[in-house]
Design a protein around this ligand. Structure first.
Ligand code: NAP
Length: 284
């Protein structure tokens, strides 16, 4: 039995689909089972990883745990101690390629994510562990640019020459399945990226090509972006971290690894494929 935390999220849903397709018995946690909308093959359990005692009975009979950093937060050491006591043998954690970057350049931390601490808790847990250090999720672009793309052909933002190597959520989920089911990745922290580094401007151009529209990225000065984002209610510290990250990386290629291909035995899904898979969301 595998227990998946963060099951209703970006990575959790494709991970459940893949485990089901492999015929694996899966239990999934959510704080809101009535609205979770999880597949019928999954045993849905109500619980909050951030409050480990709510998962005590869910851990019974579990051999491997997928531990989601946003869901568990600083409770990871306590949840992993409980998991070990319950007989769990392996933990696979989601983490990020930037966990070793200066903390003030990790915007996700300022939104409460504790990828570094959750990874450290897995390593110290005494369980077999794998940490999946993911690059930027491709789906971030829907949040950042979806509204502008649905409204017109110009996408405004800072740093046209900032690059990402966005990873398809289904590739990340497929690597998580390997980490859970095979021994190949035990004790490793693979850096998982998309197959190519692309600038903001190139990402937008490709979205346009897939949608059949002349989309164009228009750079606007960081100070104007800072004010606009703060005006929209985003925390100033988060905006600072995001702009620091852009300023530091502007003009440089994003790191690209071949880990996804090595682990899955096929190339990582490319940017145009991801856009095609989500074209309806950009069309609105
Ligand atoms: N976005 C990126 O580019 C990127 C790249 C690398 C790493 N990461 C890391 O990956 C994680 C995000 O993954 P994701 O997109 O799969 O997450 P997500 O979809 O936002 O959340 C996963 C699930 O966790 C639960 N959850 C969310 N916030 C919670 C909270 N405050 N307390 C307790 N449970 C909560 C929710 O489940 P229920 O409501 O059903 O309980 C949610 O469905 C973060 O740690 C992030 O730093 C992100």
């Amino acid at each position: 039995m595998i227990l998946v935390t963060g099951a209703t999220g970006t990575i959790g849903r494709p991970l459940l689909d893949l485990l089901i397709s492999e015929g694996i018995k899966v239990r999934a946690t959510t704080r809101s089972p009535e609205t979770a909308g999880l597949p019928g093959e999954v045993a849905v359990v109500e619980g909050d990883p951030a409050r480990p005692s709510t998962l005590t009975s869910s851990l019974e009979g579990v051999t491997s745990l997928f531990l989601h950093p946003r869901a568990v937060g600083l409770a990871a050491p306590d949840l992993l101690a409980l998991a070990k006591k319950s007989g769990v043998r392996r933990v696979v954690v989601l983490s990020a390629v930037n966990v070793d970057d200066p903390l003030e350049e990790q915007p996700s931390r300022l939104n409460g994510d504790r990828n570094k601490e959750v990874e450290a808790a897995a390593v110290a847990s005494g369980l077999e562990w794998v940490s999946l250090r993911a690059s930027a999720f491709a789906i971030n672009t829907l949040t950042a640019w979806g509204g502008q793309i649905r409204a017109g052909d110009i996408v405004r933002g800072p740093y046209a020459n900032f690059s990402e190597a966005p990873i398809h959520e289904r590739d990340l989920a497929a690597v998580a399945v390997r980490a859970l089911l095979s021994d190949d990745l035990v004790g490793q922290k693979p850096a998982l990226t998309g197959p190519r580094s692309l600038t903001h401007a190139e990402l937008i151009t490709t979205i346009g090509q897939v949608l059949g529209r002349p989309l164009r990225f228009q750079e606007i000065p960081p100070e104007a972006v800072r004010q606009a984002m703060i005006g929209q209610g985003l925390a100033e510290s988060f905006v600072e971290a995001l702009l620091n990250r852009y300023a530091r990386g502007a003009g440089k290629p994003a790191p690209v690894t071949d880990e996804v291909e090595k682990i899955l035995g096929r190339p990582a899904r490319g940017w145009a494929e991801w856009v095609a898979d989500h074209a309806d969301a950009f069309r609105g």
